[in-house]
Design a protein around this ligand. Structure first.
Ligand code: ARG
Length: 709
């Protein structure tokens, strides 16, 4: 396409996007879709009935979706409880089973027989059973505008009371009441949880994490971001902790897979657990997020990640040890950079200010005095709170998420503060220490610890922002951070792995010097944490918006409850010179590898390279339009972190892909959805199936699936 045509397409697409702006934005509650939304869903191509989608009393697609590990999503794809999720969601589990001699990160993993599937003591999945509106009960326990701390305490008590009523420990059924619209509504989601989830298959990193940090949050993409696990239950079908006597779980329903593909404009919906969005946040809140959370996260993590990166490159054992920690830290490190950039590029604050001016005018002209002055109040509250909020984030990033040894001390201390007086279980203590210390290299940790202090000094914005232990470095060590760190790490028992493994009671550590550091960090954290009315005023602002536009439907912000997002398959035009088509093909992966020698993120295992060059991906996985196997694809589904591993379904409710990322141009998406630019990046299910069948040779898994062509 030449430049002029591209420019024309760009303008046209922009116009079209504003005309259809209702269709793709929104993370809707699956059981709460309005008649109006159903009409739209049908028009767009959904062929399921409401009961086939969600039926609390019978099998429905809802039953095939799992919350994965409390941080991701997954789809059940076989009558024997096989689960598909993202490689990056199973990454921690894959790392846990890896050693330098069995490096499943690098080489991938496949359990040849069912009995070789690997248990993961810390992993669980939960099925959503139903969602109940409990707003009246929760809000009647408090008066809408009493002091915020009193209000929160009353609400919390009622929520816990409601949750207790559905708790069924024998069947692992539990409820979670969560606020929606910042607490204007409350719903309880009821779940059934399974704690025996085993690793079945994972591709090598050079497929499952192809592109690494270089490509993370970006399109075009070639990552085969999947892994396979299996849910096990007691022989009677009930959830049970790991036991060798457990058997594969037979779910109420499982997703069928379509290898028939899609076209631009084809209906697509995601079902999963989006974690956190703040779409109704005020312009002042956005500004605050940029200057505190994002700026700090990016700058502090830059320091920490550089140290980890160097250590990981130098040793295979360290690379494996820190793989998962590195990936999760770098994921939101890059996110913070991208979110601030997109917020600026897309003038999100400017657009918000216009909307806020409209709300203020509406409040005034329609005599809604309860909403008068909200924006001025918010502006003042954020300004007054800035230094404390900034320091809070700086403390968290530098010391809570900095050195792992200090992190362990902090979490143990907070646990001790919250724990009831009860006998400590020596085995549990030993397990907690073993788990935390397995992935700590004391020298690396020490380097991070010292670097965090030096960086904190540079970034702190007030004289009294230093935790006490830092002030002592000045008074007792002449400001020499390295000398202080050396002495601390040689004195502290917590910095001695072997000695730590002998601890049977955390109280043995209470007089350790690392605990002193932890105490001074906690004291500072508490000092910065001030009760204020920001949330309450943000809530009122959201209420005002919904009242002003009362004929419009507003979906609630993501809060890690099950949501549906509907949209269509399609590429995008980020600027007048670039148009991205909606899919990628194998040659683009080979090109990235061949054209970027030495880029670690584009490295390929020789066996993967051979497989790609051979090009025998299985004719069943070929797309009719291109005659090739597709790799990744784009839709305009509205997703966010937590949605990773969400099923992407066609109009008949068949699985066509797994959502795994968002795109760079619209990283502001958690605060404002952009119709023109925001895309969901998915791995095509045919790519997944081909890797399972033709690369891994895991035919026994393919045989369990129901694949429609
Ligand atoms: N950005 C993706 C998400 O948050 C995670 C991708 C993981 N890949 C990586 N290279 N770190 O869902």
């Amino acid at each position: 396409m030449n430049k002029i045509t591209l420019r024309f397409v760009f303008c046209l697409l922009t116009l079209m996007a504003s005309a259809t702006s209702y269709a793709d934005e929104g993370m809707w509650m699956i059981g709460n879709l309005s008649p109006r939304t159903w009409v739209l869903l049908k028009e767009m191509g959904l062929e399921l009935t409401p009961q086939e989608l969600y039926d609390p009393d019978g099998p429905s697609l809802n039953n095939a979706i799992v919350m994965f590990g409390g941080f991701c999503s997954g789809v059940v794809v076989s009558p024997d409880g096989l689960v598909f999720t993202n490689h990056h969601c199973g990454f921690d589990a894959i790392q846990d089973h890896s050693t330098t001699s069995h490096d499943y990160l690098t080489n991938g993993f496949f359990a040849k027989r069912q009995k070789d599937e690997l248990p993961n003591p810390d992993l669980y999945v939960a099925f959503h059973l139903r969602t109940i509106d409990v707003t009246d009960r929760v809000l009647s326990s408090t008066d809408a505008y009493t002091e915020s701390d009193v209000r929160s305490a009353a609400i919390m008590n009622t929520c816990r009371e409601i949750e207790m009523e559905v708790l069924d420990t024998i069947n692992c059924i539990y409820g979670r009441v969560t606020p929606y619209y910042r607490g204007s509504k409350y719903y309880m989601s009821v779940y059934q949880r399974f704690d025996d989830v085993r690793l079945v298959c994972a591709p090598p990193q050079s497929l499952g994490k192809f592109g690494g940090d270089t490509d993370n949050w970006m399109w075009p993409r070639q990552t085969c971001d999947f892994c396979v696990l299996r849910i096990y239950a007691a022989p009677d079908g009930r959830p049970a902790p790991y036991s060798k006597d457990n058997v594969p779980y037979h779910p109420k329903s499982y997703a069928h897979i379509s290898a028939a593909g899609y076209k631009p404009g084809s209906y697509c919906m995601t079902l999963g657990y989006p974690g956190d969005t703040d779409r109704y946040l005020s312009s002042y809140g956005i500004d605050n997020t940029m200057r505190t959370l994002n700026d700090i996260r990016y700058s502090v993590r830059s320091v920490k990640l550089a140290i980890l990166d160097e250590a990981m490159r130098a040793s295979d054992a360290t690379r494996i040890m820190y793989a998962s920690k590195y990936a999760s830290s770098s994921n939101y490190w890059k996110f913070s950079l991208g979110q601030n950039k997109a917020l600026r590029d897309l003038n999100v604050i400017g657009e918000k200010r216009e909307l806020e001016a409209e709300i203020a005018e509406w409040a005034e002209t329609s005599g809604k005095t309860q909403y008068a002055g909200i924006l001025d109040t918010l502006e003042n509250l954020y300004a007054q709170n800035f230094v404390a909020d900034y320091t809070l984030h700086l403390l968290e990033e530098s010391f809570y998420s900095g050195s792992d040894i200090l992190h362990f001390a902090l979490t143990q201390m907070l646990r001790a503060v919250n724990a009831e007086e009860e006998e400590e279980d020596a085995t549990a203590t030993h397990k907690a220490i073993e788990k935390a210390y397995r992935d700590i290299d004391v020298d690396v940790d020490k380097a991070v610890f010292a670097a965090m202090i030096k960086n904190y000094r540079k970034q702190a914005v007030c004289n009294d922002c230093w935790p006490d232990f830092m002030t002592k470095i000045d008074s007792a060590y002449g400001g020499d951070v390295d000398k202080y760190t050396d002495q601390l790490y040689s004195r502290s028992r917590m910095a001695d792995k072997q000695s730590m493994l002998k601890v049977t009671n955390m109280a043995e550590l209470f007089d350790d010097d690392m605990f002193d550091v932890a105490i001074s960090v906690i004291i500072k954290l508490f000092e910065c944490y001030s009760e204020n009315d920001i949330d309450e005023y943000e809530r009122r602002l959201g209420d005002a918006l919904r009242q002003m536009n009362h004929d419009k439907e507003y979906y609630p912000d993501a809060n890690f409850t099950l949501r549906l997002s509907f949209g269509t398959v399609g590429g995008y035009t980020p600027n007048a010179d670039t148009h991205y088509t909606h899919y990628t093909l194998p040659q683009s992966l080979i090109d990235k590898y061949e054209q970027n020698p030495g880029n670690y993120d584009y490295m390929l295992l020789p066996s993967v390279y051979k497989w790609l060059k051979r090009g025998k991906f299985g004719s069943r996985y070929t797309d009719a339009a291109t005659g090739q196997m597709p790799l990744c694809f784009l839709t305009n589904n509205d997703i966010t972190g937590g949605n990773s591993g969400s099923g992407m379904f066609d109009g008949r409710g068949r699985l066509i892909g797994l959502a795994f990322d968002g795109n760079w141009e619209a990283m502001s998406g958690d605060l404002k959805y952009d119709n023109r630019l925001q895309r969901c990046i998915g791995v095509d299910i045919r790519y997944v199936l081909s890797v399972i069948e033709t690369y891994t040779g895991a035919k026994r898994l393919i045989n369990e699936l129901t694949i429609e062509y």
